[in-house]
Design a protein around this ligand. Structure first.
Ligand code: UDP
Ligand code: MG
Length: 316
């Protein structure tokens, strides 16, 4: 079956990359005879990204684009692409060609063989700072043990069948984590490995602060185990308090009490810390629930090109 492939490309301030990415990908798809469309999602870019998309769309009608009213994040851009694309299967890839386009053909072949999800796993992480690598390893370690899926080395570079895309679009939650949701969804899946290439133009859009926020928000949206940890902390504090209590009583009986002032201060700090940590964690979940119940749209589309507006406007 030679179904249509929609390639969703989230782009944030990528004016210098659009033209080249479109050219490289389209030439490659032509050489492999894969029917495709390229859907660039400009995530509220502050440069001329959308103008570059429109230009590329004029040159080739297979290039389509939408622009958000502001920066809504890569997750929102991916979902918008899945909602607007008309393909029988979808590939999500970065605009900076760090995801090697040759692998798309490989993914497509696996899809033709009947796989509904083809995960792209990172064989190497490319040029990244040591701190970034450590942080990624730590984050995926935590997330994997909390969710029970092996998410180490996963990325957003993957192919999903239209069925899977529809499942993801039906999910009511506002905070999504595309990388893990495909594992959660199940389906017939397989993986391929790729080397992360160097960024073409510009620099990574992720600061350490943004990464930490992203990691925390994903852990919270995927697991409520941290909430349980709070009760364990409380139990630990009570046990420690009990043991210290016995020691203090013993000293009192033995007549060597008095100098326990340090213990009091230590205990105060310890328990105070546990309480604040617990409250903070509960607060984070509360904030997540608040975000969800507001049911604001995940993104707002300001402009589009080469797309019929009437299609699938159901994504609220
Ligand atoms: N991106 C996006 N919205 C954002 C940040 C990034 O759509 O708020 C896009 C970006 O244009 C790129 C992809 O997500 O196509 C990956 O971003 P980047 O290359 O900066 O991240 P890295 O490769 O360093 O993880
Ligand atoms: Mg990149």
């Amino acid at each position: 079956m030679n179904g249509l492939l929609t390639i969703v490309i989230p782009s944030f301030n990528e004016e210098g990359n659009i033209r080249n990415t479109a050219k490289v990908v389209l030439e490659l798809m032509d050489s492999r005879r894969i029917p495709c469309e390229l859907l660039f999602v400009s995530d509220g870019s502050r440069d001329q990204t959308f103008a570059a998309i429109e230009k590329a769309a004029e040159e080739d009608p297979r290039v389509k684009g939408i622009e958000f009213s502001r920066n809504f994040g890569k997750e929102a851009a991916i979902l918008a692409g899945l909602a607007r694309g008309s393909g029988d299967c979808f590939v999500v890839m970065d605009c900076d060609l760090q995801h090697p386009p040759e692998k798309i053909a490989e993914m497509y072949q696996l899809w033709q063989q009947g796989y509904e999800i083809v995960e792209g796993l990172k064989k190497s992480r490319g040029k990244e700072s040591a701190l970034h690598k450590k942080f990624a390893g730590f984050f995926y370690g935590i997330l994997s043990s909390l969710t029970g899926f092996d998410l180490q080395n996963t990325s957003d570079f993957k192919l999903i069948d239209k069925k899977v895309a529809d499942v993801l679009l039906q999910m009511p939650e506002r905070r999504t984590f595309f990388r893990a949701l495909t594992f959660w969804a199940g389906f017939k899946s397989c993986s391929i490995y790729y080397d992360v290439a160097d960024r073409m133009i510009g620099e990574s859009k992720w600061s350490l602060r943004k990464l930490i926020k992203y990691a925390l928000s994903n852990i919270i949206s995927f697991s409520s185990i941290p909430l349980g940890i709070v009760s364990y902390l409380g139990a630990g504090a009570i046990i420690a308090g009990f043991l210290l209590g016995i020691q203090t009583l013993w000293r009192w009986i033995a007549g060597t009490a008095v100098e326990g002032f340090t213990t009091v201060i230590l205990l105060l700090l310890l328990i105070g810390g546990c309480i604040l940590l617990g409250m903070g964690l509960i607060g984070l979940y509360l904030a997540a629930i608040y975000d969800e119940v507001k049911r604001r749209p995940r993104y707002i589309v300001r402009l589009s090109c080469n797309l019929e507006e009437s299609k699938k406007e159901k994504e609220e």
